[in-house]
Design a protein around this ligand. Sequence first.
Ligand SMILES: [Zn+2]
Length: 497
Amino acid sequence: MKIVIAQMQHETNTFSPVPTPWEAFGNDGPFLGQAAYDAMKGTRLPMAAFIDLAEAAGAQIVTPVAAWANPSGPVDANAYERICAIITDAVAQGCDAVFLDLHGAMVVADRTDDGEGTLLEKIRAVAPRTPIAVSLDLHANVTERMVRNCDVIAGYKTYPHVDQYESGHLAGSTLLRMLQGKVKPVMAWGNRPLLAHTLRENTGERPMKDFVDAARAAQADGLLAATAFGGFQQADIHDAGISVVTVADGSREQAQRACDAILDVAWKLKEEFIYQGEPLEQALARARQMALDTGGPILLLDHADNCASGATQDTMYVLREALRMGLTDIGVGPVRDPHAVAEMIAAGVGAKITLSVGGRMDMPAVKRKGEPLVLSGVVRAITDGEYTITGPQFQGMRCYMGRTAVLDTGAAEIVITEKNQEPWDRGVFTSVGIDPTRKRFLLLKSRMYFRPVFLPIAKGHVFCDSFGVGMSDWTQFEYKNLRRPIYPLDAFPAGHR
Ligand SMILES: [Zn+2]
């Protein structure tokens, strides 16, 4: 038995000005062949589960590519076609099954709004009868084309995502049982017109917990797999929003019934999927009081500039306001600014320097020009920006922030990087010599990944609403391709189903 195992992961924010070329994947381009195997084996990612399953089954394994990029703007068409060709070429050489570790929200510039569905179509074109298992992110914008062109779909059931391996394992093991003739997977898919806020998709609390629990219950009740997808909403595509995929053993009717029932759970809770914010000054004042009461660290969450939602990660609004209000002992990071990093490296560790930080990118989608902040401070550290995630999410993954420098202004120690990097691991601070547990405030450009990593060391957290292409106020974005009507952009009569 021979199995082709590949990864192609990108969450595309169609409003993001951050480009996504070939080099955005991996460290400097996707991992290919043996390098793909080496990069994935032993991690907690879906592709690692695929590899483990295939090896346990004694299968010959081909790993043509592992391509993972930070969320950003639409993927460059050439990069996409290259990744697709690498996968379809491997499949065309003959195999018994294909295991794919995909995100499910990839948009490709001038090509397709459905990168994954289009890839699956290309694979089906070269190998019409080869079974395909797919693992998807909880934030997948699932399309009918994806479901039509594969055999099994399973997605993450946690956000923050700490069950990526389990998702891959469920998809892969179900397909292996299909190959052994033990089950006959049949899928159903559906969605509801709901553009949920990712801030309200924490699977540890209502409403997302109820939505995911309904999928878990359906799975426990006899389905091969059931996934409640929160969707990715900063995407101006027809199918953005919540959806469900169910996989039944032989019965399409059973799959569809369960799919509809799970969707009803989300639709009934639609108001709760909408985040309610507060003015920035009020949020920071609350944080200041929390620090006085507890000593900190208090997390200041600059969620609008969260690069894991495709944001530029270089807006300075929250830090500017925090400094204006006199907050001190703030750990900040990371802020992406290659220019500032270069200036600080030229100055050297220990140098006193005054420079512009952040605000390098304009954000036409939210009608904002980049606004740098002029700061003076001491260059505390310069590193290569590399570290390995200690978990629990993305555990084992090697991370590359690009060259990285720390600016100490007295009130704030700011981690400044060449590349975008989600503060999803304490390594973003510890790798540059900052102990986040000793800070009064931690200003994180984070929406959700702070939860398993920084909440355990924090005395409190405050969402700081600001501007960025990751912001949660949908009325700031101009949707042209999204299906309408959709909640909350459009009103629905009470009791509407
Ligand atoms: Zn996600």
